[in-house]
Design a protein around this ligand. Structure first.
Ligand code: 13P
Ligand code: SF4
Length: 319
């Protein structure tokens, strides 16, 4: 404990010395989320993280999350220094959508408007017309569909399928998925729901279609947190990364939160529903990057310029 408070104190003073602000995702370790809150930074979903880093005056932004979140911060703020506790923190959606293969896919369908999820590399974003996150995907696709546009969607097939179903848009889907949300099981969820019939089921749309269909609320991390605060239910079954429980419990201390099952028999497994890349962010490497300035996110200037346009469109659309 003593060691932890010393680390935290050093991180706080390093943030000040470096004119740095800490921006953390809801899936990161509670210690990191708490530090971000205590130091005037923010804890947020991927859309709000992008917006916050963009508006904050600090000259250094430290992004605790995964690589695409750091890249997004850099694309939006080329004049700022963007650091991450580790540049190794990637995302299975990003890995599963290599830029060269994606460019070929786009070349084969030149008549389609290219919409990519934020969970992609700068190079993939550079090829897109629009970037979306799970908070705004539906609204943006709905708008494109109303204008008669046909869509090429990448990389998450489950989110793509969900958006296609709710908007009725013509969407061609890339075959990618999130290794964390892919693990949620419909059968186990059915059993759990039978045990807690009054619980509301909250599901992140990166989950398999059958799980999404059982949801009372489907939404981004911030939308699921909002649901816990506002729905009258006392119990919630939550199908997303369990890092989110810290913020949910903080904002709704009287509610009971139950992890959705990641195995067919209904058993839950704490380590399953936790992103291994989000888990790479710790107090040790956070302090190290602040003191040493390594692990700086850099984006090729030409790519940056191209990737900025679809990102800026998303920010303007959701402003
Ligand atoms: P949110 O945009 O909902 O925060 O999701 C990001 C993510 O990586 C989910 O796995
Ligand atoms: Fe990517 Fe899934 Fe991890 Fe989110 S939880 S960062 S989508 S691997």
């Amino acid at each position: 404990e003593d060691e932890k408070s010393e680390l935290e104190a050093r991180i706080k003073s390093a943030l000040q010395d470096q004119d740095a602000v800490l921006v953390a995702h809801y899936y990161t370790d509670p210690d990191i989320q708490r530090l971000a809150e205590e130091t005037g930074g923010c804890v947020a979903d991927s859309l709000e993280m992008a917006r916050f880093g963009n508006q904050h005056p600090a000259s250094t932004v430290v992004v605790a999350g995964v690589r695409f979140m750091g890249e997004t911060a850099k694309i939006l703020n080329p004049e700022k220094r963007v650091l991450m506790p580790t540049l190794e923190a990637t995302c299975s959606l990003d890995v599963g959508c290599p830029a060269d293969e994606f460019a070929e896919f786009c070349d084969q369908h030149p008549d389609r408007t290219v919409v990519v999820y934020a969970n992609t590399s700068a190079a993939v974003k550079a090829r897109a017309d629009w970037v979306v996150t799970s908070s705004c995907a539906q609204a943006i696709v709905e708008d494109l569909d109303a204008r008669g546009e046909k869509i090429l969607w990448a990389p998450d097939k489950h989110l793509g399928h969900y958006v296609q179903k709710t908007t009725g848009a013509d969407m061609l889907l890339w075959d990618g998925s999130c290794i964390v949300h892919e693990e949620f099981k419909y059968r186990g969820l059915e059993d759990l729901k039978a045990l807690y019939p009054d619980a509301a089921v909250l599901v992140h749309p990166e989950s398999p279609d059958a799980v999404v269909e059982m949801a009372d609320v489907v939404g981004s991390t911030s939308q699921l947190i909002h649901a816990v605060q506002t729905l009258p239910n006392e119990k919630f079954i939550v199908a997303t990364d369990n890092g989110i429980f810290y913020k949910m419990q903080q904002l709704a201390p009287n509610k009971t939160l139950i992890e959705a099952p990641t195995a067919g028999n209904g058993a839950t497994c704490r380590s399953c529903a936790h992103c291994p890349w989000m888990a790479m962010n710790g107090l040790q490497n956070l302090l190290q990057v602040l003191e040493q300035g390594d692990q700086e996110v850099l984006v090729d200037p030409e790519l940056r310029e191209k990737a900025l346009q679809p990102l800026q469109r998303m920010l303007d659309f959701t402003a």
